[in-house]
Design a protein around this ligand. Structure first.
Ligand code: ATP
Ligand code: MG
Length: 429
């Protein structure tokens, strides 16, 4: 007797993508692959599992991700501390260093796939979600910073999205942030009595993030805090001006947001986010910026870099709100048959049709003609090929054109010899 088995569900916050919707993902991915190729970005793929210290170092110990969102565990076989990647950049940089990728030339690369964060699931926020991460490694900018933003503008256009706005800021360099930080901590200390728990906790570890607070009671305090932009030196300012000028020349609108800091520690100079009002609270579709210190921080020879990540669930949600993405047909030709001999003949003919480049489904399972015709219709096929007793006896096949609603019943159905079937269908499908 089989023991009763408690049904298994998907892990909370992790979604199945079923065949009735996966075509939407494929359509989006196809557009993105074409777009990435237009700018010369090449694909690379890194493991889902990395050593935990990579992210602790690369993303920063006091970030949301490292403090509370990572899926980390000890490898029971050898005691290694491992983490399922919560983002791509640290892994890509690790790989670039490990394979001396930057020794001879800079690289434009992208990675796409699932990432993992232990967050409270809600619309636009999942525990397994997908990102496209684009990195330009070894380029000092500001031209490449602008290239990233301009190419994103092109993607939104390709997708027919005209209501994603761009917010832009410069974080300057480490020493400039350090001077600003001192002034900021002093300012926060003066307002200590109104700070909430989160802000109290962060004021010494990550005071910039305190300004990113969503607490309405702290908005005025945050608005009047010392601004990082007042601490930027000439080089940082001219880098930022270089980005802004190029955006202007490309006709890209942006909004300066002096409080934009991004949730990851490794950024410097340019940072940006693309935000929409059509996704509720989770409106950030894409975030990115420059991370010139990360490669050295992870043990590589110092080299500048810039990148961005798109949240694909959010982008897909947005795209489907405004575009009809048609489900593709399951096949060109659906083969219907009755009887053992016909079933076997159908399999042989189907292989010949596939040799000729057609996509073919051979009906499987014991169904009558009517049920098979219903399946053929629902498949979206252009034609059904019918093999019954008569056809097998005469060496013929009947073809029914399924998408010619205007034609007479007689025009819709024809009989051809099995030898001519491939030529006949190939010419008309
Ligand atoms: P948020 O402020 O929404 O938490 P983030 O700053 O943590 O975003 P990034 O690390 O910059 O996000 O990741 C890039 C993009 O990935 C985000 O702009 C967003 O579109 C998407 N994203 C981030 N976290 C999630 C999640 N838990 N589920 C789905 N998409 C996400
Ligand atoms: Mg987050």
């Amino acid at each position: 007797m089989t023991q009763s088995f408690k049904k298994v569900h998907a892990v909370t916050g992790m979604k199945d993508i079923l065949p009735d919707t996966s075509y939407q993902w494929q359509a989006l991915e196809a557009i993105m692959h074409e777009w990435l190729a237009q700018y010369g970005y090449r694909n690379m793929r890194t493991p889902i599992l990395e050593h935990t210290r990579l992210f602790a170092r690369g993303i920063g110990e006091v970030t949301d991700i490292v403090e509370k969102e990572m899926y980390s565990f000890t490898d029971s076989l050898n005691g290694d501390q491992l983490t399922m990647r919560p983002e791509f950049t640290a892994g890509v940089v690790r790989a670039a260093i490990e394979h001396n990728m930057l020794y001879e030339r800079p690289h434009r690369v992208f990675t796409m796939g699932p990432v993992f964060r232990h967050e409270r699931p809600q619309r636009g926020r999942y525990r397994q979600f997908h990102q496209l991460s684009v990195e330009a490694l070894g380029f000092p900018g500001p031209d490449v910073d602008a290239e990233h933003i301009i190419m994103l503008g092109r993607l939104w256009k390709k997708l027919g999205l005209n209501d994603i706005r761009l917010e832009l800021n410069s974080l300057g360099q480490a020493h400039e942030r350090q001077a600003h930080r001192q002034a900021l901590v002093k300012y926060l200390e003066q307002h200590r009595d109104i700070l909430d728990d989160d802000a109290q906790r962060r004021m010494y570890t990550n005071p910039l993030r305190v300004l990113d607070t969503k607490n309405p009671a702290l908005q005025e305090m945050a608005n009047n805090a010392p601004r990082l932009s007042d601490f930027l030196g000439d080089e940082s300012l001219s880098h930022f001006q270089g980005v802004c000028d190029r955006l202007h020349e490309a006709g890209i609108q942006y909004q300066l947001n002096p409080r934009l800091v991004r949730g990851l520690d490794y950024y410097n100079l340019t940072v940006f986010e693309w935000i929409t009002d059509r996704l509720g609270a989770q409106g950030t579709v894409c975030g990115g910026g420059r991370y010139d210190d990360l490669i050295a921080l992870l043990g590589g020879k110092p080299a500048p870099a810039v990148g961005f990540a798109i949240g694909l669930e959010r982008l897909l949600d947005l795209w489907l709100q405004s575009s009809d993405v048609a489900a593709p047909a399951e096949c060109d030709v659906y083969m219907i048959h009755q009887g053992d001999a016909a079933q076997r003949r159908a399999m042989v003919l189907a292989e010949q049709l596939r040799d000729a480049g057609l996509t073919v489904i051979v009906h499987a399972g014991p169904s009558g003609f009517r049920a098979q015709f219903r399946r053929a219709d629902a498949s979206g096929a252009t034609a059904a090929v019918i093999l019954g007793g008569t056809e097998i006896e005469n060496g013929t096949a009947s073809v029914k054109w399924l998408r010619q609603a205007d034609a007479t019943a007689q025009e819709q159905q024809e009989t051809v010899s099995q030898q001519e079937l491939v030529m006949h269908l190939k010419a008309k499908v």
